[in-house]
Write a protein that binds this ligand. Structure first.
Ligand code: MLT
Ligand code: ZN
Length: 476
C-alpha cells in the first residue's frame, strides 16, 4: 500500500472545501465496501463535489499528483466497480451531492440531470411532466443516473425500451485530465464524426466521471395489464412470447422468467409473499403489457391472448392482476428473488446472456454441468428471458451454509462461463466487469476487442488514475 501523505490529502480537502468531503472512519466505511460485502478497500477521504467545475478541478489536481480516483454513484453494483481496491489508497469520488434536475423538456421528450440524482427521483420528475422514464430496476430507489449510465444498466423493461445506452441522448463527462466533455444535448440525430460519448456508457468510470446526462422520455402508458403465467418449460415461455408479440406487438414490456425454486425461496424468506396460483408449476413468467391509449381494449386482448395460450397448451395457468395492489404483489415476487437468495445462504451469481432462442437449450446443458460440479446446490435461473439474459445463480439446498459450493465457486463459474462461450454468449450481460470479472474478461473477450479497449484506456487515461484495475488490469 502506498498511503497518500497528509499534506497531499490536505490539498484535496482545501479544494473540496468545508462539507465537500468525509473523513472519519465511520463516515468512510459505507463507501469502502460494495453492496454485496464482497469487495473492500480503503479511501482516506470521500470527495463530495457539488458541481461539474469542482469535479474538474479535483480530477485535474489528482492527475497532477497521480492520485487514483474511484467514481461512485449509489454503490448498488454487483462487481465491485465502484469500490476502492484492497491494498491501495484510492479516493472515492461520490456524486451524491450533485442532484440537480437541470431540465425536463416534454416537447423534446428529454430530461437532463446531474449524475447523482436517484433513478426513482428522475422517474417521478418525468411522471410530473406527464412522461415516462422507462429504466426500471430493483435498486431504483438507491441507484443514481451516473451509476446506471456507467454500468449500462438493464432491468425489467429492456425488451421494450432498451438498455441504458439506448436511453442516453447526451452526456457531460470529466476526463481523467480534468477536461470537460460537453455533449449534453437532447439531439436525436447527430452524425458529426465518432460518437465519443458512447465510450463512457458502460465504462464503469474507467475513462472519466459522468457528471450529467440527458435521457429519453416516452409517452406514459395509460393502460397496463400484468399477469403471472405458469409454464411447463423455458421453451414454452419463448413460444408464449412469440405468440404475444404476434397478437400484441410492441405492447409487451416485461417478460421475466421465474423458476419454481425462486418462488419457493421468496415465499419462504420474504414476509407477506404467497404463491399466486393454486398448484405448483415448474416455471413462471411475470408478464406486463402497456399501451399509451386509455381505452385501447388492452385488457380484453391480453385476457384472450392468455386464454388462447392456455387452451393451446402453450401455458398451464395464469393469474391476471385485477388491482394495483395485486400488480404490486406480483412484481414484489419477482423483485424479491435476489433478497430471497441472499437469505437462503451464500451462493454463486452468473449474469449470462445468449441468443434468446437458444436459452432453453443453454439452461438444460447448464443444469447438467451443475449437477456434476455442484450436486447439492439448487439452480435458480431467473431473469430477463426476452433479452436472452438470465441470472444463472446457485443457492445452497438447505438453509445451511454449503461449504463445497463456496469453496468450488471458481471451478463452477469457470464451467458455466465456458458453456456461455460455446454459445457465443456474454459472461456479463448487465452487471458489468468491475474488479470481479477482470480475469474472466481477459479469458473470454475477443483479443482484438480487448486490445482496442486497452488502446482506448491508454489514450484517455495515460496516467492510469481513473478507477484503476476495474474492467482492465492496470498497465505496467
Ligand atoms: C435482477 O434482475 O434481479 C438483478 O439484475 C439480479 C440480481 O439482483 O441478482
Ligand atoms: Zn437482472
Amino acid at each position: 500500500m502506498n498511503p497518500i501523505p497528509a499534506l497531499r490529502l490536505q490539498a484535496l480537502k482545501d479544494l473540496l472545501g468545508p462539507g465537500g468531503f468525509l473523513e472519519s472512519a465511520a463516515d468512510r466505511a459505507p463507501f469502502e465496501v460494495d453492496f454485496r460485502g464482497i469487495h473492500r478497500g480503503r479511501t482516506p477521504l470521500v470527495a463530495l463535489p457539488q458541481s461539474t467545475a469542482q469535479v474538474s478541478d479535483f480530477v485535474r489536481h489528482c492527475a497532477s499528483q497521480r492520485i487514483a480516483i474511484v467514481p461512485q454513484g449509489g454503490n448498488t453494483g454487483y462487481c465491485g466497480g465502484a469500490t476502492p481496491r484492497a491494498g491501495n489508497d484510492e479516493i472515492v469520488l461520490s456524486l451524491r451531492r450533485m442532484t440537480r434536475i437541470r431540465a425536463v423538456d416534454a416537447a423534446s421528450n428529454s430530461l437532463t440531470a446531474d449524475a447523482g440524482c436517484l433513478l426513482a427521483t428522475l422517474q417521478d420528475a418525468a411522471a410530473t411532466a406527464g412522461r415516462l422514464l422507462p429504466m426500471s430496476l430493483g435498486s431504483e430507489g438507491s441507484c443514481t443516473l451516473g451509476g446506471i449510465i456507467s454500468t449500462n444498466a438493464g432491468g425489467t423493461a429492456v425488451l421494450r425500451y432498451g438498455m441504458m445506452r439506448e436511453l442516453v441522448l447526451g452526456l457531460e463527462v470529466v476526463l481523467p485530465d480534468g477536461r470537460v466533455l460537453d455533449q449534453l444535448t437532447a439531439l436525436r440525430k447527430d452524425n458529426t464524426g465518432y460518437d465519443v460519448k458512447q465510450l463512457f456508457i458502460g465504462a464503469e468510470g474507467t475513462l472519466g466521471v459522468v457528471t450529467a446526462a440527458c435521457v429519453k422520455l416516452f409517452t406514459r402508458p395509460a393502460s397496463t395489464a400484468t399477469a403471472m403465467v405458469a409454464l411447463a418449460s423455458p421453451a414454452a415461455a419463448l413460444a408464449l412470447l412469440d405468440g404475444l408479440r404476434d397478437s400484441l406487438g410492441d405492447a409487451v414490456t416485461t417478460f421475466e422468467l421465474i423458476p419454481r425454486i425462486a418462488l419457493e425461496f421468496v415465499c419462504r424468506h420474504v414476509p407477506g409473499s404467497r404463491d399466486p396460483l393454486a398448484a405448483a408449476h415448474p416455471w413462471y413468467v411475470l408478464l406486463e403489457v402497456t399501451q399509451p391509449q386509455a381505452d385501447s381494449g388492452l385488457a380484453g386482448q391480453f385476457e384472450s391472448a392468455l386464454a388462447g395460450a392456455i387452451d393451446s397448451g402453450r401455458a398451464s395457468d395464469a393469474v391476471i392482476a385485477s388491482s394495483d395492489a395485486q400488480r404490486d404483489a406480483l412484481w414484489r415476487l419477482r423483485e424479491s428473488i435476489p433478497e430471497a437468495q441472499r437469505q437462503q445462504g451464500p451462493g454463486l451469481k452468473h449474469d449470462i446472456s445468449v441468443e434468446p432462442s437458444r436459452l432453453p437449450q443453454f439452461i438444460e446443458e447448464g443444469r447438467e454441468v451443475l449437477a456434476r460440479l455442484a450436486p447439492g446446490a439448487r439452480l435458480v435461473a431467473y431473469g430477463h428471458l426476452g433479452d436472452g439474459n438470465l441470472h444463472f445463480n446457485l443457492s445452497p439446498a438447505g438453509g445451511a451454509q454449503d461449504t463445497a459450493l463456496v469453496a468450488n465457486g471458481a471451478t463452477i463459474s469457470r464451467a458455466v462461463h465456458d458453456l456461455v462461450a460455446r454459445y457465443r454468449g456474454s459472461i456479463s450481460a448487465e452487471h458489468g466487469i468491475g474488479q470481479l470479472k477482470v480475469a474472466e474478461l481477459e479469458r473470454y473477450e475477443d483479443p482484438v476487442a480487448l486490445a482496442l479497449m486497452r488502446s482506448i484506456k491508454q489514450a484517455l487515461d495515460p496516467l492510469g488514475i481513473m478507477n484503476p484495475g476495474k474492467v482492465l488490469r492496470p498497465g505496467p
